[in-house]
Design a protein around this ligand. Structure first.
Ligand SMILES: C[S@@+](CC[C@H](N)C(=O)[O-])C[C@H]1O[C@@H](n2cnc3c(N)ncnc32)[C@H](O)[C@@H]1O
Length: 273
């Protein structure tokens, strides 16, 4: 499969986007945070990270910051939750939303975190590594800022696990081939998380695939952009020549009650020795 990976993927360049596009991305992150299936993913990740009162924890690539706020509650009293993201606009939004929640947000790069070695008891990164060109360097940086005995938890999508039923096979295989992967540096990131933690020297590494499935295209659109009709045609998520047949097929499968779309998100965690 040949595909062109942009030098910097859209999620690495949120601040450079036209404001309407950025608003769309933020709305998508908010919908995702509220989605029951994503909540299952985050519950698995929370158990794997296992934050305790009094601990210092980091959500790296925190987006709009809601997980860091949950972490603040989990480490209270006496703990400290920090969220870092490359997007200054996301960090400003997270800070505004925090209100009285004792959480700190800062602009920062996963590849060069502005923290001393072994600062945190727990470090997590959710759906960030797929957008980074040097994921192992990012993992090494997450490990660097985790204390000995502390936990690193990674969450990421495996876009090549994306599959469906109820849609024409030939159309689906063209869509998947042309559309999946073109928006990430690492479309199979989810399945590689365990190996990356092992190679980074972590011990007691565990992993868990969380399957997400949808029978309604609007619900699917929360996690799978190919089902998101509000993304304009010119954004290119659905290849232009497949736009009409794709939406006709989705409508037909939905009307027949036959649509099924599924994708796997992986959670992996380990302990820094
Ligand atoms: C798909 S969003 C996920 C946000 C959040 N973790 C969540 O699960 O809702 C990817 C986030 O990673 C951030 N990001 C991308 N590259 C980054 C980097 N090198 N350092 C820090 N954050 C980065 C983006 O700004 C964006 O907020």
């Amino acid at each position: 499969m040949t595909r062109e990976i942009p030098e910097r993927t859209p999620f690495a360049t949120i601040d450079d986007m036209p404001p309407p596009m950025r608003a769309m991305i933020f709305a998508a992150l908010d919908r995702m945070a509220a989605d029951p299936q994503m909540r299952r993913v985050r519950a698995v990740a929370q158990r794997a990270l296992d934050p305790r009162p009094g601990q210092r924890v980091l959500d790296a690539g925190c987006g709009l910051g809601e997980v860091a706020r949950d972490l603040a509650a989990a480490v209270a009293p006496g703990g400290e939750a920090v969220g870092v993201d490359a997007s200054a606009v996301a960090i400003a939004t997270a800070t505004e939303r925090a209100g009285d929640v004792p959480v700190t947000y800062a602009v920062g790069d996963l590849l060069s975190l502005d923290f001393q070695d072994q600062t945190f008891d727990g470090v997590r990164a959710e759906r960030v590594l797929q957008h980074i060109g040097e994921p192992d360097a990012a993992v090494a940086e997450l490990v660097r800022v985790t204390r000995s005995g502390g936990r690193v938890c990674l969450v990421d999508t495996d876009w090549l696990s994306l599959a469906s039923d109820g849609l024409p096979e030939d159309l689906v295989s063209r869509m998947w081939r042309e559309a999946t992967g073109a928006r990430q540096h690492n479309p199979t990131m989810g399945r590689t998380l365990r190996r990356r933690l092992v190679r980074a020297g972590l011990v007691d590494v565990v992993c868990e695939p969380v399957p997400l499935w949808f029978t309604d295209p609007d619900e699917a659109s929360t996690v799978i952009p190919l089902f998101n009709r509000s993304i304009p045609r010119e954004a290119g998520f659905v290849p232009d020549e497949l736009w009409d047949p794709w939406w006709a097929a989705v409508d037909q499968a939905t009307a027949a009650g036959e649509l099924l779309a599924f994708v796997t998100i992986w959670v992996a965690a380990g302990v820094r020795p």
